[in-house]
Design a binder for this molecule. Structure first.
Ligand SMILES: [Mn+2]
Length: 322
């Protein structure tokens, strides 16, 4: 592993222009790992040009701002793709036009697309991998980078709740705080505060969610409902982790109409049945227990709901037989 950190570092050192990309529909881990790495590279090599590209998310603007991509960024530059397992989910760049490509990712392996790949599906987050990279190489860790990386890590682990929270996770976070003096309690209001509109929508979701006899819960949110509630296509997905630990529910999903793309955005979670394989049948992906999908219509969503419900049924039956 020592070798890989330094291979990556040597490439970062060599290239004058570095573009950092990540997956479409950015979440705090994708953004936090990108901004954290950018900040670290710029503090280590102030003369380099480093850009983070792809569509932004206004909700996470406090992490940093996205650079507008222009064609000249392809010129003799290094691409680093973070938090993304496959080409089709890379946001905003044509990867073939870069001189050299690096992938750093913690999703289950899907395909090789870069010249140098570091995939660790036991890592809690891409942000954790960037912490590791920085601490193992001469790259500098700053308080600003630490903040971005910490937010990415707590978002993907639901603040150290999930399985991939390991001793390594705690060691890296301890070092992060020790080295930079980061005040983690200062971060939480920005990350956890919600508007009353959002909390009322949360109450709406809790009240209207359908729960099957097999323990699968779901809700379809059409354009009118989202408008009435004053929220957008991303809001339900951002709240989906809050539906964990409900006794009657073992897997759950929200499907929101996305007017910008004229499709249905689905977020799926589970605390038992493997769901990413089902999502993959519908063009989606993600982790075994946390997955997402984009669908052409609510009819497709119904088919997926049906499959997920069957998966819950099988899971329940298997459990009862043991
Ligand atoms: Mn991630």
């Amino acid at each position: 592993m020592f070798f890989k950190y330094h291979q990556i570092y040597r490439k970062i050192k060599k290239f004058e222009t570095i573009v950092i990309a990540r997956h479409i529909g950015p979440d705090p881990d994708a953004l936090g790992s990108s901004f954290g790495l950018k900040e670290s590279i710029l503090k280590t090599f102030p003369k380099k040009k480093v850009y983070t590209v792809g569509l932004g998310a206004s909700k996470f603007r406090y992490l940093g701002s996205i650079d507008k991509f222009d064609e000249s960024m392809y010129e003799k530059s290094l691409l680093i793709v973070l938090d993304t397992p496959d080409i089709k989910r890379i946001d905003g760049v044509d990867i073939e036009r870069f001189q050299y490509k690096i992938k750093i990712d913690h999703h289950p392996f899907i395909e090789t697309f870069a010249d140098l790949e570091w995939v660790d599906s036991t890592a809690s987050s891409a942000s954790q991998m960037i912490m590791e990279l920085i601490f193992k190489t001469p790259l500098k860790m700053t308080k600003e980078a630490a903040k971005c990386l910490y937010v990415g890590l707590i978002a993907d682990t639901e603040r150290f709740l999930y399985k991939y929270t390991t001793p390594k996770t705690f060691r890296l976070v301890a070092k992060l705080i020790e080295k930079t003096g980061l005040d983690i309690t200062e971060i939480y209001p920005q990350f956890y505060n919600r508007s009353l509109v959002e909390m009322r929508f949360y109450a709406y979701l809790m009240t209207h969610i359908n729960v099957t006899a097999n323990g699968f819960a779901y809700l379809k949110l059409d354009e009118e409902t989202l408008k009435e509630q004053g929220v957008d296509a991303a809001t339900a997905g951002n709240m989906i982790n809050n539906f964990n630990n409900i006794e009657e529910i073992i897997a759950w999903a929200f499907f929101s109409y996305d007017s910008a793309n004229n499709n249905i955005r689905g977020s799926i979670r589970s605390r038992g049945p493997i769901i990413n394989e089902i999502a993959a049948m519908f063009g989606g992906g993600g982790h075994a227990l946390a997955s997402g999908v984009k669908l052409p219509s609510f009819e497709e969503a119904d088919k997926l709901i049906n499959e997920l419900d069957k998966t819950c049924q099988k899971y329940k039956e298997e459990k009862e037989h043991h």
